[in-house]
Design a protein around this ligand. Structure first.
Ligand code: SF4
Length: 424
């Protein structure tokens, strides 16, 4: 059995800047909601946020709140409250955690940001089902509860290629949101402002993508676990100058690490890939487990979920439709396999971890043979871990540890860290 080592935690200095802009963001949201100084829109994480910002809305993302409930390990106390009103334990645990927390009058925002008493009350709820139907049901609950309008986009699914017909459809649906948004915002859509915000979103994407790409080097300066925290501004602040500035600072720090030969994990000997959602309530535990085994998770599908190169200020609405339809999560399995093979080659990956998140089948790619096909075509071993994004009742910590240790031992014994060519 591989001997465990006490892993060294390396501070990323740019995190301080991130904490500041996230704090400013939440206090500004709270002020907007409590004083009425600005209308508040709730938006799904890959919803049309640029449109909302261009109309002057302060934008809040309930999925981010779900992740906070998971990371603070509050979810398990919240989920049963949502189950009691008819929301199954088998559906999205972000949804059940968040609705349960609302019903109990609890939010982790209060502890993180003293003075904030609750999530910001919305004036409108805007979803895109590109990732799953759960977000629509989630927002529909708040719409009934708070008597607020709920509008959105119903996206196509399981495409191998994204066609013009798909983009035409989503473009029309985004355009159809505008009259309702204008009536709530009390102002007309300013196309110049929309172009600026789309441009800022794309810049955010470009720099975040460059940050992620720094981990193609060995040792990788950043880990998947770092990226789950550092992606926060790309989720809740894309379309703002603050997000772009933060990622430029982070990129410079990662380049400094590369120049100095500093890796996120001491003595990186195995490079792994994480497919699927993180286990928010076990980030530190999992990070230390892999680091103690000299294994770094150098890339993930999750970290790349907020990379939208299709955004184009010259064609803002159609490019938003393209960016938010051209996502990994909505593509066919054959597309996903090609995409994963490119990742494995680019990051010179020795092994791949698939997280089978129990309450999110949309983000769990273990059910229809992808790990087995990928392993047989690339020779790169795969491990499927049972778990959940926030519901810790779905996780056996002992089993997870045993499975990871055995997997790492297998990789080491087979000398898989002697890179083998990957057919992309
Ligand atoms: S993609 Fe999964 S985790 Fe995210 S909102 Fe949908 S069901 Fe929940």
């Amino acid at each position: 059995m591989t001997e465990e080592k006490k892993p060294l935690r390396k501070k990323i200095h740019a995190t301080e800047q991130m904490n500041k802009i996230m704090s400013d963001y939440f206090y500004a949201l709270d002020k907007a909601a409590t004083t009425g100084s600005q209308k508040v829109a709730w938006c799904t994480s890959v919803g049309p946020v640029e449109l909302l910002r261009a109309m002057g809305f302060a934008v809040y993302f309930p999925e981010n709140h779900g992740a906070m409930l998971g990371a603070t390990r509050m979810s398990n106390d919240m989920i049963p409250t949502a189950n009691a009103i008819g929301y199954s334990p088998d559906i999205c645990s972000y949804l059940t955690s968040d609705i349960g927390a609302y019903l109990k009058g609890i939010t982790p925002l209060s502890k993180a940001y003293p003075g904030i008493k609750s999530v910001p009350k919305p004036d409108i709820l805007v979803y895109n089902t590109n990732q799953c139907r759960d977000v629509q049901d989630w927002f529909a609950w708040y719409s009934r509860k708070l008597s607020v309008p709920c509008i959105g986009v119903t996206s196509p699914k399981n495409m191998h290629e994204v066609s013009d017909a798909h983009i035409d459809d989503v473009t029309s649906q985004i355009e159809a949101l505008i009259p309702t948004l204008e009536s709530i915002a009390g102002q007309k859509l300013d196309m110049l402002r929309l172009r600026e915000i789309v441009s800022l979103s794309r810049q955010c994407t470009e720099v975040w993508s460059e940050v992620l790409a720094t981990s193609t080097t060995s040792p990788a300066p950043m880990s998947f676990f770092d990226s789950t925290i550092l992606m926060g501004p790309a989720v809740v602040l894309r379309g703002t100058v603050e997000a772009v500035d933060f990622y430029r600072v982070l990129l410079a720090e990662m380049k400094e690490r590369i120049a100095a030969g500093v890796g996120a994990v001491e003595n990186e000997s195995l490079r792994l890939f994480w497919e699927g959602l993180p286990v928010w309530g076990r980030l530190r535990q999992h990070s230390e487990l892999f680091a103690g085994l000299n294994a770094n998770i150098v890339a993930s599908t999750y970290g790349s979920s907020w990379v939208f190169p299709d955004l184009d200020e010259n064609d803002p609405i159609r490019s938003m439709a393209k960016a938010y339809t051209n996502l990994y999560i909505v593509r066919s399995d054959s597309y996903k396999e090609l995409h994963l093979k490119k990742f494995l080659a680019e990051f010179r990956v020795d092994g791949i971890i698939f997280h089978d998140s129990k309450t999110c089948p949309h983000n769990a790619n273990t059910h229809y043979g992808i790990p087995q096909r990928l392993e047989s075509e690339t020779g790169i071993p795969a491990l499927a871990l049972s778990g959940d994004v926030t519901d810790l009742r779905c996780i056996s910590d002992e089993q997870t540890k045993t499975n990871i240790e055995a997997f790492i031992e297998q990789l080491e014994e087979e000398k898989l860290y002697v890179r083998r060519p990957v057919r992309a």
